[in-house]
Design a protein around this ligand. Sequence first.
Ligand SMILES: O=C(O)C(=O)C[C@H](O)[C@H](O)COP(=O)(O)O
Length: 213
Amino acid sequence: MSDVYQQAEHIGLVPVIVIDRVEDAVPLGKALIAGGLPIAEVTFRTQAGPEALARMAQLDGLLVGAGTVRSPEQVEQAAAAGAQFVVTPGLSAPIVAACQDRGLPILPGVSSASDIHAATELGLQVLKFFPAQTSGGAPAIKALAAPFPEIRFMPTGGISPANLAEYLGVPSVIAAGGSWMVAPSLLREGRWDEVERLCREATALVSATRATA
Ligand SMILES: O=C(O)C(=O)C[C@H](O)[C@H](O)COP(=O)(O)O
């Protein structure tokens, strides 16, 4: 496994960020680091996404990737901004190829056995299970892991402090993705202390879950 996947596994939870103002990028990144979640998936859903990613990528100790990448052109944009990994909502062979050409780790979204099968044919082993909660949740990942034992998952979509432990308890899950600690309202109001507190609380939950596994 690439270093990025190992780091994501070590941290256990990847904040998924939808950012509207580039000037929020650095205080947000610092809050993530201070809160013990030094990793971010910065979605390319907003216009500010690529520049916000570039600013966050300058912060020491923060692993930054691009999310909601939907074209090979956006892979170029992500790489130019300093992204260290790419996340896509679904499985796209051209996007996977663009990432593989650059040696950029990619976590494409999958939600079925057919998706996973296709991803294995593209040489991938670490996949985003998306949208996790509405695609059957932790029981679905366990069922899909049976025929694909080598595949590792990062479930994302509908994950909260209430169900995080259930996902992290599945052996094939390396980390979960979630957005509650970086909710748009917190960013809009510049509540960096609250972001940090929620990250710290989430980190404690990850540690407690793993200690009892
Ligand atoms: O489009 C993408 O590539 C994404 O990254 C989607 C996000 O993973 C989910 O929107 C996060 O879902 P919540 O944690 O329920 O807010």
